[in-house]
Design a protein around this ligand. Sequence first.
Ligand SMILES: *Cc1c(COP(=O)(O)O)cnc(C)c1O
Length: 433
Amino acid sequence: MEVKRSRELFEEAKKYIPGGVNSPVRAFKSVGDVPRFIERAKGSHIWDVDGNEYVDYVCSWGPMILGHAHPKVVEAIKEQAEKGTSYGAPTELEVELAKMIVELVPSVEKVRMVNSGTEATMSAIRLARGYTGRNKVIKFEGGYHGHVDSLLVKAGSGLTTFGVPTSPGIPEDFAKHTITVPFNDIDALKRVLDEVGNDVAAVIMEPVMANAGLILPEPGFLEKVREITQEKGVVLIFDEVITGFRLSLGGAQEYFGITPDLSCFGKIIGGGLPVGAFGGKREIMDYLAPEGPVYQAGTLSGNPLAMAAGIATLKELQKEGVYEELRRKTEKLSEGLKEAAKSAGVYDKVSFKSIESISIVYFTPKDVKNYQDALTSNTEAYAVFFRRMLREGIYLAPSQFEVAFMSTAHTQEDIEKTVKAAEVAFKEAGELL
Ligand SMILES: *Cc1c(COP(=O)(O)O)cnc(C)c1O
């Protein structure tokens, strides 16, 4: 596989952009390969600047649930672009998208648009703090909520850890207000809430963790989190930046039947343009300026191009049978990959997880239920697997701890090609297992 142009561009990029990329994981560091510079994409396929074609399971990290350059989305963007790209004033499009979100997502009564998932979680936390008059925030180990200062905090050893920042540049004074507990461990959460519950503004969580691999909530876990946060007057924030409009039209909250107080969105609601949103109970949302005292704003928030793309995407997703089809194809892929692992003789050394259109192969035999389990993965073996798949024309996430996304555009042929490639790749990776 020729990657000359990508290699040249990467060298050039590194002169002007830190690490040559605008988001770290794109640099392919943990898989030791040349990041492909992408020239174009259509449906389930992407092409790099050297002319190589790939079946894409990254899907821009989730937004492209309809595949790339979907005709309806492209048309909506074009049509709006002719009328201007930003006004800094209200538009009908914002009202239309907000109404759609409120109608589709069970717990959302009002919603505010922002420009990224990070902005959504950052603003939701500020709102929860303003509303409750409390300081502390609880998150789950391995949960990713964007690069917000107070959320870039990870647990060290031990069951619960009080704020140790994962990045320089975050004062300990900020991080100390963040408490991290293991996912699927309701007792750990209970203990923290018993201890400092009166100063906890919010529990923020990915209802299905999809940034530490794919970690599903055990039956009853989300229900219990809802119950005990309610008891303590703690705002429960579902970070549905990935799960929103992905697990179902109403997101994870509809899928599992849980009602959070606030929810964060991003990725899919922008249809591939930069968008985020947060919303929830009217009583809490009305604490936001200009209605209430908690300040939050954005020059490009509710951007008409992004609204147009989001509306077009959500309209397509509301068509009959879309989610069934996504699930069916993901099941096909998972079944195929299991078969490939069997014939490569590594089946008992890897493990599989999937839910609706999200899936993963962990290079650990462990049944992964929390972040510590995920960390038992053999990332070297994943790197070998990844590189072989890429050479076979399959573009997976360049990290063991990221998932594969199915889109409506993926075909039977794509899946067969993927499974065939995986047989070879599993065999190569198997030598390290
Ligand atoms: C991607 C992601 C974010 C951050 O969104 P950005 O648009 O990258 O800022 C937040 N939460 C979750 C669960 C995500 O997957």
